[in-house]
Ligand binder design. Structure first.
Ligand code: PEP
Ligand code: MG
Length: 573
């Protein structure tokens, strides 16, 4: 039977395809036979994963017992540790590896199923429910064993794509889709500016998040329609609905192809104000997409994606090659490379630090300054690449002047190290800072005096100004780019840059929204950076805008205190 589920549309467009349910662990379990000579190594692999989960749970137990967490949480963690130590689980799985030559994941899941059956036969309801704990423990172990989101099915004969259905997807899972023909994705949780949503937009694949229990109501292979613009998912549509959406999809594709005519048109407003539209990229091959839509350059290269999904950091040469590739692809156009912005939802593999509140923790520049060796390696790689194009360096999440000073000292050190090695680099690489923390937007003098340019990261600026975790679906409805406080911080930054004579861009998601683009033009912004997929639509909005008319209207709009009134005023722009 057909039914519709409402969520948050985070990447526009319509996708029609077959569901592929991605479990975080269990559904990805492969079944294969281990050669006798590798059996003991397989047992050790299982034991290693169990030890890792045990350390993780013990760490959790210490923090819950010393903190304010309810005692039940502590008890559950204790019970999970107990299951880990129970010979009926791990010991029996080891036996299966040795006797049936099953791979570790398969052995463990088989044993879990046996235990679950036994629990189900128990009369006491409380004890019967403990089967869920066994499953959770096994999921944790399998996750460690797998360390990846699993494989996608091959292309189907009916020409329809795959719709990935998951509880949640990490940015690295989503990046993995770049290599597969995924038509769209839908998740139980997530917010509009979580990095998964950003990656979906950069791939131009429709996505709806915050659907709550979608993974439990959709069956594998079921036909699904996603409307990423309206945030709806239609499961098992009938022929009439299917036809309607096929038509709508075709219309959207036609509109998109018409936009292609704007590729080589220079972006300027009706009254002749020139605007630069740059591209946000995540990995070097994305630069080809930026070039294809004739972006004015790269305004944000999020280098953390080079560091993710791997066991060790890329060394200086590997990074140098990646940055050089982008500079060469962009053939003389400016390329702004942001230094490593890890932390919060962009975790490095095997990160040893566990933080209770990572968005407010050791993130971005804070992380880099705490790891100076790693930071210096990146700075040297960047400087070396500067010899091959117009490179700019951008520092994320600055909140005070001493972070800038420390970064500039390290940059000088990197320059000296390269001079000693007689390696050529551009002596005048501009260094800019991201304005993403309200503290920075309120003390701009310290930034304009020290830096060559500013770039406003609205995704984080909104998160930190409104105290809304950008990845938390429970508060996603409160995440409001048009909150007057946010608009004032953005306006102030644009004006301070103009006064100091240094360029200011916006590289957060707001820049890629055509309605917000008109608002930003009215605030005085002349440099936008967004996903290549959004460039032509925003260019169209700019070509239809009158900057002086918008400036007058936006001046009035900025005086409003009520977010709803601001929304109405923006709609009228
Ligand atoms: C931002 O915060 O707006 C931004 C561009 O950085 P990121 O989304 O990578 O945190
Ligand atoms: Mg940011």
């Amino acid at each position: 039977m057909s039914f519709t589920v409402h969520g948050l549309g985070v990447s526009q467009g319509i996708a029609i395809g077959h569901a592929h349910l991605v479990s975080h662990a269990l559904l990805e379990v492969a079944h294969y036979t281990i050669a006798p000579k590798h059996m003991e190594a397989e047992v050790l692999r299982l034991q290693g994963a169990v030890a890792e989960v045990k350390a993780e749970l013990t760490g959790l137990k210490v923090s819950t017992s010393s903190g304010t967490a309810p005692s039940e949480v502590d008890a559950f963690v204790g019970m999970h540790i107990m299951f880990l130590e129970d010979p009926m689980l791990v010991g029996a799985a080891e036996n299966l590896i040795r006797t049936r030559r099953a791979n570790a994941e398969w052995a463990l899941v088989q044993q879990m199923e046996q235990l679950v059956d036994q629990f189900e036969a128990i009369e006491d309801a409380y004890l019967r429910e403990r089967k869920a704990d066994v499953v959770q423990v096994v999921e944790r172990i399998v996750k460690v064993l797998l360390g990846h989101p699993g494989h996608l099915p091959p292309k189907r004969k009916d020409g329809l794509g795959t719709i990935v259905v998951a509880h949640d997807l990490s940015p690295t899972d989503t990046i993995g889709f770049k290599e597969h023909a995924v038509a769209g994705f839908i998740t139980d949780v997530g917010g509009p500016t979580g990095h998964t949503a950003i990656v979906a937009r950069s791939l131009s694949i429709p996505a709806v998040v915050a659907l709550r229990h979608i993974r439990h109501v959709v069956k594998d292979d079921e036909l699904i329609i996603i409307d990423g613009t309206r945030g709806i998912v239609i499961v098992a549509p009938d022929e009439r609905i299917l036809e309607e959406f096929r038509l709508r999809k075709a219309e959207l594709e036609l509109e998109r192809s018409k936009l292609k005519r704007l590729k080589s048109t220079r972006a300027a407003t009706l009254d002749g104000e020139e605007v630069q539209i740059l591209a946000n990229i995540e990995l070097p091959p994305d630069a080809t997409q930026a070039k294809a839509v004739e972006a004015d350059g790269v305004g944000l290269f999020r280098t953390e994606f080079l560091f993710m999904s791997r066991d060790s950091w890329p060394d200086e040469d590997e990074q140098f090659e990646a940055y050089k590739t982008v500079l060469k692809t962009m053939a003389g156009k400016p390329v702004t490379v942001r230094t490593l912005d890890v932390g919060a939802d962009k975790e490095l593999e095997g990160a040893s630090r566990q933080e209770d509140n990572p968005a407010l923790g050791l993130r971005a520049i804070r992380y880099c300054l705490a790891e100076p060796k790693m930071f210096l390696t990146q700075l040297r790689a960047l400087l070396r690449a500067s010899h091959f194009g117009k490179l700019k360096i951008l520092i994320p999440m600055l909140s005070s002047s001493n972070e800038i000073d420390q970064t500039l000292i390290l940059l000088d050190k990197a320059r000296n190290q390269l001079r000693e090695r007689r390696i050529k680099f551009d002596e005048n690489v501009p260094v800019g800072g991201m304005i993403e923390v309200p503290a920075a937007a309120l003390c701009l003098g310290a930034f304009t005096r020290r830096l060559d340019f500013l770039s406003i990261g609205t995704n984080d600026l909104i998160q930190y100004a409104l105290a809304i975790d950008r990845g938390n679906e429970a508060v996603a409805h409160l995440y409001n780019p048009l909150h007057p406080a946010v608009l004032r911080l953005i306006h102030q930054t644009i004006q301070a840059g103009a006064k100091a004579g240094i360029p200011v861009s916006v590289c957060g998601e707001m820049a890629g929204d055509p309605d917000c683009a008109r608002l930003l033009i009215g605030m005085g912004l002349r440099q936008f950076s967004m996903h290549p997929a959004q460039i032509l639509e925003v260019k169209q909005a700019i070509l239809r805008a009158d900057a002086s008319d918008l400036t007058a209207k936006v001046q009035k709009l900025l005086k409003l205190d009520d977010p709803d009134k601001v929304r109405e005023a923006v709609d009228r722009l």
